[in-house]
Design a protein around this ligand. Structure first.
Ligand SMILES: [Zn+2]
Ligand SMILES: [Zn+2]
Length: 279
């Protein structure tokens, strides 16, 4: 539960049911447009069901403990090289689905490492928050992890290496008749989308030090929630298995104006608190 109450930044509150219904309506309209080739439009009935753009549930609904929502459940066996505390085979990521000014106006993230054999009586019903911010309510989906090699954000590479990469990119531009070039930043170093491990893309603010509040150790990237799986990259990260009409954002989560939420952990101890950065 999150008990931040009035300390939340409140903009527009909706019930999870309202959010889910709106997504259903949009998906149905999308499917009709795809099937008929007609323009995407809502029927009058669908439009009537949607709340006005400025509608919000009463703000005082946040003055009660808010159940956190499940964001990701990952077994270490499914993710190569997934480092966790000794004996723990499962990571559960939850967040409070409201904006927290003291977390950079992001959801408050909590990590739970578990031994799955200790969970003998799982809850049958997921506790639902009374209200959420639409952007922070994930649409459930299954993940099919794909292992890739990432390379450090360009701005954090040694200067000489950065210069060599720029020269290599410029060479490709000269040789390539399609004019697509090649981009270390967009296509080769950092995968967009939800991921475990790898590196953060600091293109919004430039790199910020992420040091553990407990012990000062430089933290490493543990987990990323993103607003899109292949945004801004010319589609080179798009899984070939995905249907052409597949949504680039199957979770329906949006971080800020289409950014990613990076969750860092302290390499010195899993007991030290995680930290987040939006980029
Ligand atoms: Zn909260
Ligand atoms: Zn630490």
């Amino acid at each position: 539960m999150c008990s931040d109450g009035d300390a939340h930044y409140i903009f527009r509150l909706e019930t999870p049911a309202t959010v889910r219904r709106r997504r259903e309506i949009y998906a149905a309209a999308q499917a009709r447009a795809a099937a008929t080739g007609d323009r995407y439009r809502l029927t009058d009935e669908e439009r009537a069901e949607l709340p006005d753009a400025d509608f919000s549930e009463p703000h005082d609904l946040v003055n009660q403990p808010i159940p956190m929502v499940p964001v990701a459940q990952l077994y270490r066996r499914d993710v190569s090289d997934f480092v966790g505390p000794d004996g723990a085979d499962l990571l559960q990521v939850l967040w409070c689905p409201l904006d927290h000014p003291d977390e950079g106006y992001n959801p408050r993230v909590r990590l739970y490492w578990r031994r799955s054999s200790d969970v003998t009586q799982p809850l049958r019903t997921v506790p639902e928050p009374p209200v959420v911010s639409d952007a922070y309510l994930p649409t459930p989906c299954v993940v099919h992890p794909e292992r890739i090699r990432e390379y450090q954000y360009g701005g954090l590479l040694p200067e000489e290496l950065g210069t060599q990469i720029t020269a290599w990119e410029d060479d490709a531009d000269d040789d390539d008749e399609t004019g697509d070039g090649r981009s270390y930043q967009l296509d080769l170093s950092l995968a967009p989308g939800w991921k475990v491990g790898g590196f953060a893309n600091w293109s919004l603010t430039d790199p910020q030090p992420m040091d553990c509040v407990e012990c000062g150790t430089a933290m490493t990237l543990l987990f990323t929630a993103d607003s899109s799986e292949w945004h801004g990259t010319g589609g080179s990260w798009r899984p070939v298995q995905d249907q052409t009409e597949a949504s680039p954002n199957p979770t329906d989560v949006t971080i800020g104006r289409g950014y990613a939420l990076y969750v860092f952990r302290c390499p010195a101890s899993f007991d030290h608190p995680p930290a987040t950065a939006m980029q």
